[in-house]
Design a protein around this ligand. Sequence first.
Ligand SMILES: Cc1cc2nc3c(=O)[nH]c(=O)nc-3n(C[C@H](O)[C@H](O)[C@H](O)COP(=O)(O)OP(=O)(O)OC[C@H]3O[C@@H](n4cnc5c(N)ncnc54)[C@H](O)[C@@H]3O)c2cc1C
Length: 463
Amino acid sequence: MADYDYDVLIIGSGPGGYVAAIRAAQLGLRTACVESRETLGGTCLNVGCIPSKAMLHASEYFDAAANGTMAKMGIKVTPELDLPAMHAQRIDAVTQLTGGIAFLFKKNKVTWLKGRGAFVDAHTVQVGEQTVTAKDIVIATGSSVTPLPGVTVDQKVVVDSTGALELAKVPEHLVVIGGGVIGLELGSVWRRLGAKVTCIEYLDQILPGFDGDIRKEANKIFRKQGIEFKLSTKVTGVSVSGDTASITVEPAAGGAAETITADCVLVAIGRRPNTDGLALEKAGLATNARGQIDTDHRFQTSVPGIWAIGDVIPGPMLAHKAEDEGIAVAENIGGLTGIVNHDVIPSVVYTWPEIAGVGLTEEAAKAKGEIKVGKFPMAGNSRAKTNHEPDGFVKIIADAKSDRVIGVWAIAVPAGTMIAEAALGMEMGATSEDIAYTCHAHPTHSEAIKEAAMAVRGKAIHV
Ligand SMILES: Cc1cc2nc3c(=O)[nH]c(=O)nc-3n(C[C@H](O)[C@H](O)[C@H](O)COP(=O)(O)OP(=O)(O)OC[C@H]3O[C@@H](n4cnc5c(N)ncnc54)[C@H](O)[C@@H]3O)c2cc1C
């Protein structure tokens, strides 16, 4: 048998790669992880989930003070924004968490190979001047911002999500191109801190992929908060002169063009898999039509011994999906059975209120068969009402015959936390009756899940 430098070599240290590396090392495999960034943790820890949540959390407090929410509870304050300090706490969170991964690598004896990795052959990777071999190689290179053709991101006037996390001043007018999760989260941050925000979306509704009712309700809530939307609208060009951008838009179906001016434009139209420079062909691999690497359900590619996980393979581009695939791939390499149930992966938008879902949308469920739906408004939930958080609802979709829950959607301040219960229930094959007869603590927002489950058979109490 060939003598390899490592049992497992992982390319990329995002939530997919670093989790795979730690799990592989826990299983006793000699493991190395290649990372081209200065710090570990990938998009998620460096320029994604963590810094965006740091800005969302801080701006939430500012907004609560500025918009009268605190005053309603007898706290009169006039907030003063110290943006450098807000950025400093964001950077601090990132530094602590990326440093935490470096600590975990040391603790688990994972070797961190610094530099860009490129295949030499199916068992060999070039990292800078070094050539390393491994019995198994996991591609976990993640994704990068999708550029908008003809639009140059200068990270000053025209920014991508990374630039939008770091703006040195609050824009007067921020135009967000793309009504998906990232655009809405970062648009919310700067709206809360005082920017006028206009969101331009090509489709006829925001949040593609989410349940139809949820998309409509979310749009209503964001409008109420002051975000202006231009739906079914296509951006045809962005030009910058000095500190001002001119964005040309026209109806998606065709029609008269219009020009919007702004001092900041955020391009947030999506992300694409990172495979450039990997020299996949040298390992005998190719990407699919969407630029992703295809795998089987064990995350093995078409080349034995090469595996792929996370944003670089098909499926939702989410950190927790990448993490679960990281654990599963390491277990499969280690001779165990690693499985990820892709039907039960929650999605969360960390706005105020939060928006979350798991499983099928009502539209997709209806297309598959007969369903029952229960809905419960947050205005009927005592905790939400007491906290001055009446917006939103919980919706449970169950199979009409078996009563098994096949989708749960929620708009509620802690929807991101509430959805874990739904995911667990679905993973365990719960029926709506199981959830309806599970005792939920009072007063909690989660009681709305119980009531929505009761509503599946028309039996909610508080409506
Ligand atoms: C602003 C923003 C907010 C987000 N918020 C959330 C959220 O709240 N929740 C959530 O679930 N998801 C969120 N995401 C998505 C999440 O960050 C990704 O789904 C997740 O990071 C994917 O993990 P990954 O391990 O596949 O890849 P990544 O995290 O992208 O990591 C891949 C790593 O591989 C490295 N790399 C790439 N090519 C090479 C190479 N050839 N050699 C060496 N290293 C290489 C890259 O430098 C990178 O560090 C957000 C994303 C953004 C941009």
